[in-house]
Design a protein around this ligand. Structure first.
Ligand code: ADP
Ligand code: MG
Ligand code: MG
Length: 247
């Protein structure tokens, strides 16, 4: 589904990704772990098409298409979802407005007709309920005044509503208490565990991986994948730290 080859990317002329190669098949969940500053969030932004992240070498194909040729909105419409490490606050725009615009814009690019207000609201309420989020929060401005945990849960509601094919989830577990971690983990499994979907799960901690069991675990260090293994690799990292594993 996703094939990244020898990816080099820079920000403001500073090389961050330095020859990253990675392939994710449909039906797989891959965890990406690695030290702070390794380039994990940068990888997410490059996949999402965030401006300012310049690819200088290498290729990314998604479902056989050249992903780098697609504008960010076209990537979203193609089924790519990026969950942010630091979800953005959008004052003045309610969660429902934002989500409905996002979903209908994607449907438009795919040539599908927009959902009506009523159809959309039913879907959004249903997703909020499944994530144990108060439906009142759908009316509030996007992420404004939300706690860290509520922002992450809200991202899962967004993901449920747009129902992507491929999700990059950047430290979705940060700031979650034990109960929220389980709810978010269950959400990832429910929405994304399917033969025709795949996930890149960026995390520092084994605890999320207890809920969302990865098929493959990678260590990203200094802009490259330096180790790849099974779910056990995450346990090894927890015991020995990145230094022991990447040496
Ligand atoms: P990680 O998510 O693995 O902790 P990041 O991808 O956030 O790492 O950052 C990788 C490197 O890129 C870090 O050294 C960071 O300081 C640098 N970096 C990130 N964003 C910018 C930016 N806007 N300008 C310059 N350097 C940046
Ligand atoms: Mg970090
Ligand atoms: Mg990061």
């Amino acid at each position: 589904m996703l094939k990244i080859e020898n990816l080099h990317a820079e920000i403001d002329g500073k090389p961050i990704l330095k020859g990253l190669t990675l392939a994710v098949n449909a039906g797989e969940i891959h965890a990406i772990m690695g030290p702070n500053g390794a380039g994990k969030s940068t990888l997410g932004y490059v996949l999402g098409g965030r401006p300012g992240y310049e690819v200088t070498e290498g290729s990314i194909t998604f479902d056989g298409q050249d992903l780098l040729e697609l504008a960010p909105n076209e990537r979203a419409a193609a089924g790519v979802f990026l969950g942010f490490q630091y979800p953005v606050e959008i004052p003045g725009v309610s969660n429902v407005q934002f989500l409905r615009e996002a979903l209908n814009a994607q449907r438009g690019v795919r040539g599908e007709k927009p959902l009506s207000g009523a159809e959309f609201l039913k879907l959004a309420r249903e997703e909020a309920r499944k994530l144990d989020m108060d439906a009142e929060m759908l009316k509030r401005p996007v992420n404004v005044g939300f706690s860290g945990g509520e922002k992450k849960r809200n991202e899962m509601v967004q993901m449920g509503v747009v129902n992507p094919k491929f999700a990059i989830l950047d430290e979705t577990d940060s700031g979650l208490d034990i109960d929220a971690l389980r709810i978010v983990g269950d959400g990832i499994n429910r929405i994304m565990r399917a033969p025709d979907k795949a996930v890149l799960l960026i995390t520092h901690y084994q605890r999320l991986l207890d809920y969302v069991r990865p098929d493959v675990v990678h260590v990203l260090a200094d802009g490259r994948i330096v180790r790849t293994g099974g779910a056990d690799l995450a346990h090894e990292l927890e015991r020995e730290g990145y230094a022991g594993v990447t040496a």
